[in-house]
Design a protein around this ligand. Structure first.
Ligand code: SF4
Length: 250
């Protein structure tokens, strides 16, 4: 039995059941997955594509990813025939660095805001359901993560945010990924445990928090999951309210 952030019990008990329950409860409503091509996202994606092979796969194309990440993204996109959506910032890396220098060194939170948070918040507007690969054990900042939440965008619009693996530990995750024959991003074999942009990702010290290698340990989140308010929601709950002005997604 899983719970939402209010501690309410929900019927779905496995990631497969959670995904099936959410999609069945909201037929025809646009859904997407954010995908960094880390193993959590790949597992959720593999489960989702059994229901919706063309589900939009939103990749935050910051321009700063590892070459291995880009190669893996392209390989898996071809192999799984993914509907990949590269979510682009307003400015190229060259334009941003010409204007501000290497923000990832001087003001990484602003860099993430410009290259991740702002573009994603815009990209999410057409959707009513946002699937993620987030898990509680990834970081202390995620210890209160719920399977089902409501995410409020800066516009005031909201959508349900579903994290089917929220309660899973590493062993459950990797066992399921291996069982489904999912090939992992090769950087894991080098010792990386949480993989984002290359300048802000390091191999964590042995036994350290998995996300401690991000941003030099300076912070644990880029702001995507903390920039807006999240409230608990039942899996089959009615759709969250949209913009009070027009009531419909664009
Ligand atoms: S993770 Fe680093 S390089 Fe990527 S957007 Fe954030 S600060 Fe910039």
């Amino acid at each position: 039995m899983t719970t939402n952030s209010h501690g309410n019990a929900m019927d779905a008990t496995s990631p497969e059941q959670i995904i099936a329950a959410v999609l069945a409860a909201h037929p025809g409503e646009p859904a997407c997955l954010t995908c960094s091509f880390q193993i959590e996202d790949m597992l959720v994606l593999d489960l989702l594509r059994a229901h919706q092979p063309g589900i939009p796969v939103l990749f935050l194309e910051t321009g700063y990813h590892f070459p291995e990440t880009y190669a893996y993204r392209d390989r898996m996109t071809a192999l799984w025939h993914l509907n990949l959506v590269n979510v682009m910032p307003d400015y190229t890396v060259a334009e941003q660095e010409a204007e501000h220098g290497r923000l990832y060194r001087t003001d990484s939170k602003r860099c993430c805001q410009l290259r991740k948070v702002d573009p994603l918040m815009r990209a999410l507007r057409p959707y009513r359901t946002w699937f993620t690969g987030l898990r509680r054990v990834q970081s202390p900042s995620r210890r209160n993560l719920a399977v089902s939440e409501i995410h409020v965008l800066p516009t005031g619009e909201s959508l349900r945010k579903i994290s089917p693996l929220a309660l899973w530990d590493d062993k459950e995750l990797w066992r399921a990924a291996h069982a489904r024959g999912i090939e992992a991003l090769p950087l894991y074999a080098q010792g990386y445990t949480s993989i984002g942009c290359a300048p802000c990702t390091a191999i964590p010290a042995a036994g350290a928090d998995p996300r401690s290698g991000r941003w030099g340990g300076d912070h644990l989140e880029c702001g995507i999951h903390t920039a807006t308010v999240a409230r608990g929601s039942e899996l089959g709950a009615a759709s969250p309210p949209r913009d009070p002005g027009n009531g419909a997604p664009e």
